[in-house]
Write a protein that binds this ligand. Sequence first.
Ligand code: B16
Ligand code: MG
Length: 217
Amino acid sequence: SKKGFIFDLDGVIVDTAKYHFLAWRKLANSLGIDFTEVQNEQLKGVSRVKSLEKILNWGNKEVSQGEFNRLMAEKNEDYLSYIYKMDASEILPDVHRVLNLLKEHHQGIALGSASKNAKLILEKVNLLDYFEVVVDGNSVTKAKPDPEVFLNAANALEIKPDNCIVFEDAVAGVEAANAAQMISIGIGSKNVLSHANFVFKDFTEISNDFILQLINQ
Ligand code: B16
Ligand code: MG
């Protein structure tokens, strides 16, 4: 039967977290705030606004609304300088295989990301054509763990939430998928993503048989 397969972007399809890290670190350091890889972990799946709020909090800094917006724009401009250089070689291992399998079996394929740059990134890595639906940070009002992003994707695919499967690398994303009554598949560590229905290190661990079982159940 036709199921809806909803993919998160950063950490699932590509590793843009490393570019977020470079851009946030540059911004934080320019404000005299330290920024480490450990802190970057806490920004995964988190919106741009929430990310800057956290960084300013870590540095005990308060800024005006105007300055806040200027800082977000500055970070994004720097982030985009990395995104413009991306190509298909940055697609994570076996993502193509799974997308091709889903296409062959005429499944619904959607993106469910917090990023406002999601469409640009999919274009840069040449994957946009696979996606029937893209729900991203431009259309969503409530961030993960709220299920809105995934419910909107299911709605646009015209597939009931309980017939949808979500691939997520962030704890908040797994919680959002669970709250949407969808099957949650964690991409990453079993310890971190303990609330997911299934967890795989990456797509190389997900067999075609496993995907076919999801389609046929
Ligand atoms: P942008 P995802 C998320 O992507 C990132 O994990 C998170 O670090 C970032 O702050 C957020 O997108 C917003 O991104 O600044 O491009 O709008 O994992 O939801 O695909
Ligand atoms: Mg993610």
